[in-house]
Design a protein around this ligand. Structure first.
Ligand code: NAP
Length: 292
């Protein structure tokens, strides 16, 4: 008899739409196998107007926890019982834990980004001047975390200026006023980018299959001391990262962020710290399989 799943198996899952491309089941199920934990992680394709019903259903079925991704991260906050002020400020959650029938929401994207950044560059954000391209859901959560990590200045440059302004207005009160909204087409952006320490792309420009797109023009000049992080991981080198690499910058893609948001979610569900040796072995397997 196949007894991989039995009456005691812990059930975890992911709500998304589309869901065909997800690598989260492979990540979490491999992790459970490595740790010898009797758990299974299942993908759920949820219709766009059915999130409330889906959350209620997973709660009624006593799942220990679940992830949510595009297009549900913002709307999810409407259906959980508890979240921190910081998660409210971030405006989105990607992880939920069911504790004694109450749903607690977390955002592990932002901490996954910080952990990946630290691991791949050896540095942090304290005292740094940062330019973030984009002002969508990911930008908002990363802006909250980058500000809380002590950045000296955070420019938010977006195609739609109003969205960057709205994020700055919401977050600046708790972020010491360090956020300055900008339009991506503002002429002064070139000079600001040339002189900052870190550039983070959170726009979807350059993501497969539109790999020729880039949030910045080809005339942009980086300097070799800069770090350029693109949250996109497919392709592994976006046009933006290729441009930055040609100027001698350290470049990082979003695969590590994807990996660590999953690791952190698993630690929340299981209330444990995953041993470093497990993380490093899994990280290698993850990059070998999904680092296109
Ligand atoms: P979102 O909320 O829809 O935001 C999209 C952003 O891209 C907005 O700033 C939008 O600008 C900008 N944009 C889209 N098309 C554009 C265009 N043609 N020209 C200029 N700007 C454009 O999306 P999101 O959830 O934040 O996700 C953004 C990216 O992050 C996606 O590629 C996603 O896959 C990636 N991501 C990666 C990870 C990871 O683990 N590595 C995690 C989360 C997200 P406007 O405001 O002007 O529309």
């Amino acid at each position: 008899m196949d007894d991989r799943i039995n009456g005691k198996t812990i059930i975890l899952g992911l709500m998304a739409n589309p869901i065909g491309h997800t690598v989260s089941p492979q990540l979490h199920n491999t992790l459970s196998a490595m740790l010898g934990i009797d758990a299974v992680y299942i993908p759920f394709k949820v219709e766009k107007d059915s999130l409330g019903d889906a959350v209620k259903g997973l709660k009624a079925c006593n799942l220990l926890g679940f992830n949510a991704t595009i297009p549900f991260k913002e709307e999810l906050l409407k259906y959980v019982d508890e979240c921190t002020e910081e998660v409210r400020l971030m405006g989105s959650a990607n992880t939920v834990k069911n504790t004694c029938g109450r749903l607690y929401a977390y955002n592990t994207d932002a901490d996954g980004f910080i952990r990946s950044y630290k691991e791949e560059t050896g540095g942090g954000f304290e005292g740094r001047e940062v330019v973030m391209l984009g002002a969508g859901g990911t930008a908002r959560s990363l802006a909250v975390r980058i500000a809380s990590k002590g950045a000296a200045k955070l420019y938010l440059a977006n195609r739609t200026l109003e969205k960057a302004q709205e994020i700055a207005n919401t977050i600046n009160a708790t972020a010491g006023g360090i956020i300055e909204p900008l339009s991506l087409s503002d002429a002064k952006i070139k000079g600001i980018i040339e002189n900052c320490d870190i550039i983070v792309n959170t726009t979807s420009l350059g993501m497969y299959p539109h790999i020729e797109e880039c949030p910045l023009g080809d005339d942009i000049r980086f300097n070799h001391k800069q770090i350029v992080y693109d949250v996109i991981y497919n392709p592994a080198k976006t046009r933006l990262l290729k441009l930055a690499e040609s100027c001698g910058c350290k470049t990082v893609n979003g695969l590590g962020m994807l990996f660590y948001q999953g690791i952190l979610a698993y630690e929340i569900w299981m209330d444990m710290k995953i041993p470093d040796n497990v993380i490093s072995q899994l990280s290698k397997e993850f990059s070998n399989n999904f680092g296109k």
